[in-house]
Design a protein around this ligand. Structure first.
Ligand SMILES: *[C@@H]1O[C@H](CO)[C@@H](O)[C@H](O)[C@H]1NC(C)=O
Ligand SMILES: *[C@@H]1O[C@H](CO)[C@@H](O)[C@H](O)[C@H]1NC(C)=O
Ligand SMILES: *[C@@H]1O[C@H](CO)[C@@H](O)[C@H](O)[C@H]1NC(C)=O
Ligand SMILES: *[C@@H]1O[C@H](CO)[C@@H](O)[C@H](O)[C@H]1NC(C)=O
Length: 491
């Protein structure tokens, strides 16, 4: 009996203790709700800053609900340590920063109640090809497939993706900006290609440092509005011809790719396809680039900014690399360049015909090249140096002669200052002034030969040459109808 009573008493005490605990919970909860996250982070003006707080567990739904009175629009959780991301509460967050958190797994529908989220930064985490499209599931909508309606910018850079789930973006149909840089993609496989084809509104695509060796056909077919493409630091051996699909591209970065050459006649190293709207091209830090051939950049009709610097092997840019023959093929059109950067290459000269109007350049730097200072580059001293000077950079100080030996070390600025006229003997022993004489001779020859030929033809038509077996045209046409057509020795 006493035993039973003690048990009863014990139970009573325990239940009382329990109810006390829950009681105290209900008392402290509103305070936690108001300040739970804000105690660990800085909450100010609709902004929650939790960056670098040493957090090791992601907040649970209740904690997120506690933020609701604050109406946060920007939440920065970067530089913490969460393995898993779980569901957030309904909040008016527009920018959510989950960069550098060691994230491996995102639970289904984690962002479902963030219907105003436009920017999600998941860069520098440990996400892999296993990331499921369900992670980005939104709310039911009659028109679209459970969309995260406001999502525009998704950053997945520097994770561990080899491939993407083919439906990865199905809940983000309006995405305009995607960063996949720094993932070991290596080859763009079929699922990745399909995932890209569900992004018709994409404007900005970054694929820097993805070890890509080629851009497959159809990869850029769907994003019709693509205006910015970064393919720098990849393993592309040639200019990707798939670029032709990007009709609205305005910015292209091909820096740090092992492209050797651009040659319109080569199928291995072709030049650029027609990119009618491209305004800015970057081809810098290319260790293997040697030569830009004729017309290789001619398809870039609206090019304004050309960055082609720090290419240690680049020793030839064809005079007509940028010039495009007009419809008739008699004259050439040049793109409206305003900025030209060719510094620190191996160019012995810049051809005056490379650009149509040097005076239209707002920024130009051709410094740090091993220039040949002879009559072929006289125009650089006379015309280009003043253009460079006027742009108020000191770049002309670094336009230094390398050859011929007696000119070595002179700056073109100095040669301009002293009005130096340079000689026409170069290190190869070519003598351009003699070439000029040969050209003139040929011209005179042609001019003389023309009337003589005409005279001879006239005489022949009149039948003056019948005595040596050549008949006039009247006889020939008669012979034509008489003879068998295979015997055409009279032509
Ligand atoms: C997220 O935070 C990182 C710093 O860890 C910063 O570099 C990045 O720009 C932020 N992203 C956005 C979208 O603000
Ligand atoms: C993260 O989620 C996975 C899979 O749901 C689970 O196995 C793991 O224990 C979770 N890790 C943490 C730290 O909660
Ligand atoms: C996520 O959602 C998908 C589809 O609804 C389901 O098949 C899968 O089991 C879910 N995963 C988890 C961990 O709940
Ligand atoms: C150019 O050089 C002059 C004299 O060396 C210097 O005073 C000036 O600040 C330099 N300008 C620029 C843009 O570097």
């Amino acid at each position: 009996m006493a035993f039973k009573v003690t048990i009863f008493l014990l139970l009573f005490v325990v239940s009382q203790l329990n109810s006390q605990e829950t009681g105290s919970d209900t008392v402290t909860e509103p305070i936690a709700a108001e300040s739970g996250i804000c105690r660990k982070c800085v909450c100010k003006d609709n902004k929650v800053d939790c960056a670098e707080q040493g957090l090791t567990t992601f907040f649970d739904k209740t904690e997120w609900e506690g933020l609701q009175p604050l109406k946060p629009t920007v939440v920065d959780l970067s530089d913490n340590s969460f393995e898993n991301i779980t569901g957030l509460a309904a909040l008016p967050i527009q920018t959510l920063n989950l960069s550098r958190c060691g994230i491996e797994y995102i639970e289904n529908s984690s962002f479902k109640d963030l219907q105003q989220m436009q920017v999600l930064d998941l860069s520098h985490n440990k996400l892999t090809s296993r990331l499921s499209p369900h992670a980005f599931e939104g709310r039911y909508s009659p028109e679209e497939y459970e969309p995260l309606e406001s999502m525009r910018v998704l950053n997945l850079a520097y994770n561990e993706f080899h491939s993407l789930n083919q439906d990865l973006f199905e809940h983000m149909p309006e995405l305009t900006e995607l960063d996949l840089s720094g993932n070991p993609i290596i080859t763009i496989d079929y699922p990745t290609l399909i995932s890209m084809s569900s992004l018709p509104m994409l404007k900005v695509l970054r694929l820097r440092s993805c070890q890509l060796t080629e851009i497959p056909e159809k990869f850029l077919h769907t994003p019709l509005h693509l205006i910015h493409l970064d393919l720098s630091d990849n393993l592309l051996a040639a200019v990707p011809q798939e670029l032709e699909e990007t009709k609205n591209l305005q910015y292209l970065n091909l820096n740090q790719n092992p492209i050797k050459e651009l040659d319109m006649k080569s199928s291995e190293f072709p030049g650029f396809p027609t990119l009618r709207n491209l305004k800015e091209l970057h081809m810098c830090n290319m260790q293997s680039l040697k030569r830009i051939g004729q017309g290789a950049l001619a398809g870039l009709q609206k090019l304004e900014k050309l960055h082609m610097s720090f290419n240690p092997m680049l020793s030839e840019i064809h005079a007509k690399a940028l010039a495009r023959p007009d419809d008739i093929g008699e004259t050439y059109d040049w793109p409206p360049l305003t900025e030209l950067y060719l510094q620190s290459n191996s160019l012995p000269e810049i051809d005056s015909r490379l650009v149509s109007r040097w005076d239209k350049l707002e920024k130009v730097d051709v410094s740090d090249n091993p220039f040949m200072c002879d009559c072929s580059t006289q125009w650089m001293v006379d015309v280009l140096v003043p253009v460079v000077e006027r742009r108020k950079t000191n770049a002309s100080m670094n336009m230094i002669c390398q050859e011929p030996i007696e000119m070595r070390g002179y700056t073109m600025k100095h040669l301009n200052d002293i009005h130096r006229t340079m000689r026409c003997v170069d290190k190869y022993g070519h003598r351009p002034e003699r070439d000029g004489a040969i050209l003139l001779g040929t011209l005179i020859g042609v001019l003389l030969a023309l009337p003589i030929m005409l005279g001879l033809v006239l005489l022949w038509r009149r039948g003056y040459f019948t005595f040596i077996g050549l008949r006039g045209p009247v006889d020939v046409s008669r012979a034509y109808y008489k003879r068998a057509p295979d015997n055409d020795n009279f032509i």
